[in-house]
Design a protein around this ligand. Structure first.
Ligand code: SER
Length: 321
């Protein structure tokens, strides 16, 4: 029998695509979406719980009431938003995770997924092909929370045998989810701007290179990790996960192959400091070796698909006006 799954942060960047993906795999009635607010227009799109992950009794109620067996705990505050509200970031990202892990032990959950990030690395880590095991000295509250969270995940595995699985996502590019307070979100904004205005002002410098991934690869990585045999997942802290690395200038040139008149200017703001503290590329050798990870989308394939999907939606929206 397919286990009953809960996805927190279901209206966020990963959640808004992971929920339909899991429902297509396991059936709509097996996947409960949860978020702090009900997203507008979501009323008829499957089972939903309004849930604040900083409230452990609310988590207990949902888990018991819905008979949850597996959780994808995605609720979180991203890096740039985290710097604006560090206390909130800690409460949601770390206290929220601890609440979830406690509840997972109490309710004897079979498995928990938690997203870590390239933000676990700080300026002292090697910038290119950053290895799995190197010093984790992040300088953002988001990164500090991700390191603490990874340690918590490993602790709950060692102490209680909880099967927690964890990926260090690179910057994610999605044609569904709206950008939501991340430093890598320029790589999403840029597509919307290219299609709607034909020009974009980028908040990072032209030469800034970051590790990135197209959302279909990220969804597949998440499910492949969660479905892997337990013996193939010896690591309960985050696995480095990689697909492509590109600079802001490189993605702009790739878009220009489709929209030649697209104009980009660069006006770096405080998010530049965050980007400068992160790797340019990471080595995900262990993920490839342990559970067979392999990405499918490079920059060219991602750009064509983004423009095709978003372009069709922009056209529909224009017709409706
Ligand atoms: N993409 C995230 C951010 O920019 C990092 O994991 O905040």
């Amino acid at each position: 029998m397919t286990p009953r799954v809960l996805v927190t942060g279901s209206a966020g960047q990963v959640g808004s695509e992971l929920v339909p993906f899991l429902r297509s795999l396991y059936g709509s009635d097996r996947v409960v979406a949860a978020d702090i607010r009900r997203p507008p227009g979501s009323g008829d799109r499957g089972e939903f719980e309004q849930l604040d992950v900083t409230d452990s009794s609310a988590i207990d109620r949902v888990m018991a009431g819905r008979g949850i067996e597996v959780v994808y705990h995605l609720a979180g505050v991203l890096s740039a938003r985290g710097e604006e509200a560090p206390q909130l970031a800690w409460r949601v990202n770390v206290d929220g995770l601890r609440n979830m892990l406690e509840a997972a032990v109490r309710h004897r959950l079979a498995r928990v997924f938690w997203p870590s990030s390239i933000a676990v690395f700080g300026p002292d880590a090697p910038r290119e092909q950053t290895p799995q095991g190197c010093p984790l000295n992040p300088t953002t509250i988001y990164g500090v929370g991700k390191v603490a969270g990874e340690l918590l995940c490993n602790y709950y595995f060692t102490k209680y045998g909880l099967d927690v699985r964890c990926l260090r996502y690179p910057g994610l590019v999605s044609n569904m989810a709206p950008p939501g307070g991340g430093t890598t979100d320029y790589a999403v904004d840029i597509f919307h701007a290219a299609l709607s205005k034909g020009r974009y002002t980028c908040f990072l410098r032209e030469g800034t290179v970051l590790p990135m991934m197209y959302m279909p690869d990220a969804l597949r990585a998440t499910v492949e990790l969660m479905e892997a045999e337990q013996r193939s997942v010896p690591r309960h802290m985050g696995y480095n996960l990689a697909a492509v690395s590109f600079s802001a200038g490189e993605i702009a040139s790739e878009i220009r192959k489709h929209i030649p008149s697209f104009a980009v200017t660069y006006a770096p703001d405080e998010r530049q400091t965050i980007a400068d503290s992160w790797p340019k590329s990471v080595s995900d050798e262990e993920a490839r070796r342990d559970w067979g990870w392999s990405h499918r989308y490079d920059l060219a394939a991602m750009t064509s698909d983004m423009l095709a999907k978003l372009g069709a939606r922009h056209l529909r929206a224009e017709k409706d006006v």
